[in-house]
Design a protein around this ligand. Structure first.
Ligand code: ADP
Ligand code: ZN
Ligand code: ZN
Length: 744
């Protein structure tokens, strides 16, 4: 019970690295409206040392553990209604707890950047409705202006209706302005109308849905819409998983709900968004880092008010507000981009599960190459396992062959047999794709007479030679330098590029197939905003051509005329030091291979390797991803690696190696004191990271492994507070990574 006449003590989460909450008094001279607005979830501006910060109100009371007169008043209340509420608030609290991250920082990262500042306010929404005069008319009044007629009809079907909703129905603004001029329609603006907004179920489809095939239909039928369930849709590439998502979304839209769809990188898969927009006549909003700041606030607001019925975004969208959420879909759930690698190191797929559970709604995660974690949960019955084993429509699965590089003459890393196949493909008027997971010209630049190689000044890494323009680049810290004209060590003027990158393959292929276009697809060549969409359009014209590129080409694209895929190097993945190396290699191969033969013409995949007999590669090629993944699971079980154990990494980096290592030595000792090593927990380290020096800092890590999540959470909670007290922790950058994806 809060007594109004007594001082109001506000508990806030502030965006600071500190693991605690902060207390303030309510702002002085608070108006009655201001007092009413003081509810958990509103933002306040507060003094914090010499700065001002924006924080989120967590609770209100009349008591404090501090003497009340020592508390400072907040400067002002920024919102008139809570902006983090319900399931998002619960999700933030869960994430702070699970990832061991300060709640204030979690909540701020859940908000669009503009709202993290005190001058950021919610935009207004424009609504349209018919006037009394407008309601009195009938369709025959608009015989000569069909556009005004459809606008009038849309308003007759639903009034008031927001401008974005009208946009999704293809109603244009000039028509609305005409109606307004004739006093038939009027508009008004409103902030935060979430509660007032009952979603419409009118006119959801823009085009008729496709008829699902038997396997797709079975998957769709297995979905339960009125309760939480996690569904793993394991469907081979091109099996029509997207069509199942579209049907599921249609179902929730009919029920007046919203759908949240998480995808790896929107810029790389413009086709997905286009397919959603082509199917549905409802407002769709996008949330990802390439949406401009202002637009991101508007899009976020459209989701928050319930106007946006479909929210498509990258990992950050898992925090998007959606008052009528009916389903969460995570496409390509295995993709590493769902895990944030800095700050709050969350996995959006895992948070999606928590959020769906909180809302008691279904979660649908899909992939042709599910992560071992998800597959394990599907196999042990925790998730419902839905499978599609055949390609949709008339497409069939591609033929896969391995090429033994030991028996091949090669040209810049590409085997003669591959070149022959590429030649035959373009001769037939089809398209070929060459996959090299390395951008630049060559991964090293060396002196053949003394063995010198160009290394980064700031990292334990070689510089990559780029030819367009000619420069050396470090792919780890961004450092660039000119190519030396002679060897700095022995003055030999003839330096050599060693190994293959996309630029080198592009040059070689362009020389070999000069009558056809060669298109390079990598981070360097695809920097323009719509580059991927333009490429898709160009490829769909169907002219024979050659694509050469990195894993950008592996991301769910549908290039109907690509019939040959050449995978240049698989050996790196087979020899990776990361325990997920082989899993990732398998996923990448299958995803890239999946670009071949997606329509009538059959596809071929050539996998080049110096170890084609490697048992894992063998199994992947002959039995497919599912069996390959099951073998990997058996290995993980033997070695007690995730998902059969639960990991956390304590990372530390500093200019001086001793300070980073020493902090972790202390931390390891603390961990042993808090929870002595046993069957339930073990601590490994400190050990140097795979790349010990990066960006001029020395990096070490302590690997913490547990038999269950509870033990992990229990240890980490205490450990972090203790590490935070160590004097060294102020001089060393350190962080905790729960369920690390990248072990380097
Ligand atoms: P995935 O997402 O599983 O890789 P897509 O959803 O992109 O596969 O579907 C691959 C192709 O099959 C697309 O061109 C799609 O339009 C087509 N397709 C999907 N479902 C059907 C269906 N039921 N009948 C005919 N074609 C379909
Ligand atoms: Zn030399
Ligand atoms: Zn570097």
């Amino acid at each position: 019970m809060i007594i109004p006449d007594q001082p109001l003590v506000l508990t806030l989460a502030l965006p600071t690295p500190l693991y605690r909450h902060f207390e303030y008094l309510a702002p002085a001279n608070l108006s009655i409206d201001g007092r009413k607005a003081l509810r958990p979830g509103v933002r306040l501006e507060v003094p914090f040392g010499k700065q001002t910060l924006v924080g989120i109100l967590l609770s209100i009371s009349n008591h404090s553990t501090y003497p009340i007169h020592k508390l400072k008043p907040a400067n002002k209340v920024l919102d008139n209604a809570p902006i983090i509420t319900g399931d998002v608030l619960a999700l933030c609290q869960f994430a702070a707890d699970y990832y061991q991250h300060p709640l204030g920082e979690v909540m701020m990262s859940a908000l669009p950047q503009k709202l993290r500042a005190s001058d950021g306010i919610l935009p207004q929404t424009t609504y349209w409705q018919l006037t009394t005069k407008g309601k009195g008319l009938n369709a025959s009044n608009f015989k000569r202006s069909p556009k005004q007629q459809s606008a009038w009809q849309a308003l007759l079907a639903q009034s008031p209706i927001t401008e974005p909703a009208l946009g999704a129905l293809n109603i244009d603004k000039p028509a609305l302005r005409q109606l307004h001029k004739k006093d038939l329609a009027e508009s008004f603006q409103q902030t935060n109308p979430a509660a007032a907004n009952t979603p419409s179920t009118h006119a959801i489809l823009k085009e008729p849905p496709r008829t699902l095939n038997t396997e797709q239909q079975a998957a769709f039928n297995a979905l339960t819409f009125d309760a939480f369930e996690c569904n793993l849709l394991e469907g081979i590439t091109g099996s029509g998983k997207t069509e199942v998502y579209l049907h599921a979304i249609e179902h929730v839209l009919q029920a007046g709900q919203q759908a949240l769809v998480l995808v790896p990188e929107i810029g790389l898969t413009p086709q997905t968004v286009a397919r959603f927009a082509a199917r549905f006549a409802v407002p769709i909003t996008q949330l990802h880092s390439s949406v401009a700041k202002g637009a991101r606030l508007e899009n976020w607001h459209a989701a928050q008010t319930g106007q946006a019925r479909i929210i498509i975004g990258t990992r950050l969208a898992v925090f998007a507000p959606a008052p009528h959420l009916g389903i969460i879909i995570v496409d390509e759930e295995h993709d590493a981009s769902f895990k944030q690698q800095e700050g709050l190191r969350y996995n959006a797929r895992d948070l999606a599960i928590v959020r769906a559970k909180h809302n008691n709604i279904p979660l649908l995660i899909g992939s042709a190459t599910p992560s071992l974690e998800s597959l394990y949960n599907a196999l042990n019955g925790r998730y419902q396992h839905l499978r599609i084993t055949e390609r949709a429509g008339s497409a069939s699965a591609p033929t896969v062959q391995r090429i033994d590089m030991r028996k091949q003459t090669q040209h810049c890393g590409i085997a003669q047999a591959s070149l022959d196949a590429i030649g035959a493909t373009v001769e037939r008027g089809e398209q070929a794709l060459v996959f090299i997971n390395r951008r630049g010209f060559a991964p090293s630049y060396i002196c053949q007479s003394c063995g010198w190689s160009a290394a980064c000044k700031f990292c334990d890494a070689r510089m990559t030679l780029h030819s367009k323009p000619r420069k050396l680049h470090c792919h780890h810290c961004g450092n660039q330098s000119h190519t030396p004209s002679q060897c700095p060590s022995c003055y030999n003027p003839a330096l050599t590029a060693l190994g293959q990158g996309t630029e080198r393959a592009e040059d070689m292929l362009q020389t070999s197939f000069s009558q056809h276009e060669v298109i390079r697809v990598d981070q360097d060549s695809m920097q323009r905003k719509n580059a991927m969409a333009e490429l898709t359009t160009q490829l769909n014209e169907g002219k024979p051509c050659l694509l050469v590129g990195t894993q950008m080409l592996a991301k769910g694209h549908h290039f109907p005329n690509v019939t040959l895929v050449v995978i240049v190097d698989t050996d790196q993945g087979l020899m990776s030091g990361d325990f997920r190396g082989i899993e990732r290699m398998g996923q990448l191969i299958v995803q890239v291979a999946g670009r071949a033969g997606r329509e009538e013409k059959p596809g071929t995949v050539l996998i080049q390797s110096y170890r084609p007999e490697h048992p894992m590669l063998e199994q992947l090629v002959t039995e497919g991803y599912h069996n390959f993944a099951q073998s990997l699971l058996a290995q993980r079980k033997q070695s007690l690696m995730p998902p059969f154990s639960f990991m956390a990494l304590l990372r530390a980096e500093a200019k001086h190696p001793d300070s980073a290592r020493s902090l972790l030595t202390h931390a390891a000792q603390l961990a042993r004191d808090i929870m002595p090593p046993s069957d339930n927990c073990s601590y490994l380290g400190p050990i140097p990271a795979f790349m010990e020096r990066r960006n001029d800092r020395f990096r070490f890590q302590l690997q913490l492994q547990f038999s269950n999540r509870q033990a992990r959470s229990q240890l980490l909670k205490t450990l972090i507070l203790e590490v935070d007290k160590l004097p060294l922790s102020k001089r060393v950058r350190w962080s905790i990574d729960v369920d690390p994806q990248d072990m380097g």
